[in-house]
Design a protein around this ligand. Structure first.
Ligand code: ADP
Ligand code: MG
Length: 239
């Protein structure tokens, strides 16, 4: 059974439909990348999956269970945004642990999880700092660390590298690939408009255009057999 199933999923804002009936299955442990031009609905799709937007039509299932009306905190998902979204007045440690009490972790368990995530990301020495005392790359690591602490079944990333400079972008991309490898069976769903990120990170790529799926496949399938010129243009193969 697929871990995440989208069945004819739709989303409208007022009279404007932006997700126009998406059917897709994402397997447990898979690294699925959504690509597509600005405005095609990538962020909206992630927000539907994590519950930050309400679904207008169709179904969203996790492990066969209907999620349409389940609140975000009960979905077992952690989202990492482009803009980090850290609390400016809280230390790195607080940012990573905030809200965990609600999740009923004891403080010793929580402390252990924060330290383990910080170690994985090599930010142990930054735990007492405030976000403004960090570089962009360090802030994004904290945002990823905060997601890891929550021990989610699925990680969602919305263009997590786009505020970083070129060198940091490569380093952070490799870091995310390493985390996926190290965290056995964790599912990652990753949005980008960058072909290189998509081709290097993905087990499968889903190409979106104007709220619909154009093609889904492995990077080599899309590269070698693009369904149409749009996909070919996007993936960068000479069809
Ligand atoms: P992408 O992430 O691929 O750039 P988005 O999912 O952010 O695209 O947006 C898809 C479309 O939905 C855009 O036309 C955008 O203007 C519209 N949209 C997104 N969020 C809202 C909202 N809260 N209200 C109205 N329109 C929205
Ligand atoms: Mg977006």
């Amino acid at each position: 059974m697929a871990q995440i199933e989208l069945k004819k999923l739709r989303k409208s804002f007022g009279a404007i439909e932006v997700i126009k009936g998406i059917d897709l299955e994402i397997q447990k442990g898979e690294f699925m990348v959504f690509v597509g031009p600005s405005g095609c609905g990538k962020s909206t799709l992630l927000r539907l999956i994590c519950g930050l937007e309400s679904i207008s039509g169709g179904e969203l299932l996790f492990d066969g269970q209907r999620m349409n009306n389940v609140i975000p905190s009960k979905r077992g998902i952690a989202m990492v945004f482009q803009s980090y979204a850290l609390y400016p007045h809280m230390t790195v440690y607080k940012n990573m642990s905030f809200g965990m009490k609600l999740a009923k972790a004891t403080s010793a368990e929580m402390d252990e999880r924060v330290r383990k995530a910080a170690e994985m990301l090599q930010i142990e020495h930054l735990l007492d700092r405030l976000p403004r005392q960090l570089s962009g790359g360090q802030r994004q690591r904290v945002a990823i660390g905060r997601a890891i602490v929550r021990d989610p079944r699925v990680f969602l990333f919305d263009e997590p590298l786009s505020n970083l400079d070129a060198a940091l972008r490569v380093a952070t991309r490799l870091e995310i690939a390493r985390l996926h490898h190290e965290m056995d069976n964790v599912t990652m769903v990753y949005v980008t408009h960058d072909q290189v990120e998509a081709m290097t990170l993905a087990d499968r790529i889903c190409v979106l255009r104007d709220g619909r799926v154009e093609q889904v496949g492995t990077p080599s399938e899309l590269y070698e057999k693009p369904a149409n010129l749009f996909v070919a243009g996007f993936i960068g193969s000479p069809k």
